[in-house]
Write a protein that binds this ligand. Structure first.
Ligand SMILES: NC(=O)c1ccc[n+]([C@@H]2O[C@H](COP(=O)([O-])OP(=O)(O)OC[C@H]3O[C@@H](n4cnc5c(N)ncnc54)[C@H](OP(=O)(O)O)[C@@H]3O)[C@@H](O)[C@H]2O)c1
Length: 264
């Protein structure tokens, strides 16, 4: 496993669980999120496990701030693993006669996608000597493949993260950099019992804990998997669902919508 790791969205949920699972003697971590007090607590737990930990409270949409933090960390020994995990979700809950909440939609796209872009840009802009083998991991969602009316901006952003990684992968495959290797992995979780999921008012089938999610992600990374999807049963159902006519898919989804009755 990589020894020098940057994680965005590390103040709680999946990011915090990943940080704690990775933290061992010999590992150096840079943890990023907006809330400093939460980050400090996660950092303390990682230090107790023997890791060397740096943290910075920042809005990961701000690319200069992210670049500065990543550059500072990399100058102490480089970066091997970059986990773009920061994200937010907001649900449509307005009366249907008002139409989609366009502001919220734009904000969701901006938030989820820009955080990812800032971290990837910061890591991939480092001098190659500081990242000779860089593994970039982007935490997307199974919603990348199931665009839902409840959260259009979130679903668009998660699909865009997926396309972004595929395009960057193609870029570095076609234009390899001398002395540097860049590898990408994408993570597509189903429901994970974090603050994000518990705000979701609908049923959350096959939900796992943040710690279980972190273990699944790390198992996938150790096995050098490019696509890490879980739970597999939900991913399989989704694969089948994508092939159904939309009205039938909507009929199947009706009982599990965020607000029952709101999405007839
Ligand atoms: N939970 C699920 O069911 C689920 C399912 C599929 C995919 N995911 C994805 O998994 C990732 C982690 O989500 P989670 O479930 O762990 O949610 P969470 O508990 O709400 O954690 C989100 C993390 O992102 C950070 N964050 C959000 N906006 C940020 C910003 N602008 N700048 C810096 N940090 C920011 C938050 O920290 P601060 O608030 O301190 O900034 C927090 O550490 C997200 O990308 C999410 O889309 C989650």
């Amino acid at each position: 496993m990589a020894q020098r790791v940057v994680i965005s969205g590390a103040s709680r949920g999946i990011g915090a669980a990943l940080a704690e699972a990775i933290a061992t003697p010999g590992v150096a971590l840079l943890l990023l999120a907006r809330h400093g007090e939460n980050l400090r607590q996660v950092a303390e737990r990682c230090v107790e496990k023997g890791a060397e930990v740096y943290w910075k409270a920042l809005d990961a949409r701000h690319r200069e701030a992210v670049a500065e933090a990543v550059e500072g960390f990399a100058s102490r020994g480089g970066v091997q693993l970059l986990i773009a995990n920061a994200g937010v979700v907001a649900l449509e809950d307005r009366p249907s006669d008002l139409g989609p909440d366009w502001e919220q939609l734009r904000e969701q796209i901006d938030h989820n996608l820009t955080c990812t872009l800032s971290l990837l840009q910061a890591g991939l802009s480092l001098p190659v000597e500081q990242r000779p083998h860089l593994h970039c991991v982007v935490v997307s969602s199974l919603n990348a493949f199931l665009p839902l009316g409840e959260a259009p901006g979130y679903c668009v952003a998660k699909a865009a993260q997926h396309t972004l990684v595929e395009a960057l992968e193609d870029f570095y495959a076609c234009r390899p950099e001398p002395g540097a290797e860049v590898v990408f992995s994408q993570v597509f979780p189903g429901f994970v019992a974090t603050a994000m999921a518990t705000d979701y008012p609908g049923p959350r089938p096959l939900q796992c804990t943040a710690e279980q999610a972190a273990q699944r992600i790390l198992r996938g990374l150790r096995a050098e998997r490019k696509l890490i999807m879980f739970p597999r049963r939900l991913a399989l159902l989704l694969w089948i669902g994508q092939r159904l006519p939309k009205p039938i898919l909507r009929w199947i989804l009706a009982p599990s919508r965020a607000y029952r009755g709101f999405w007839p």
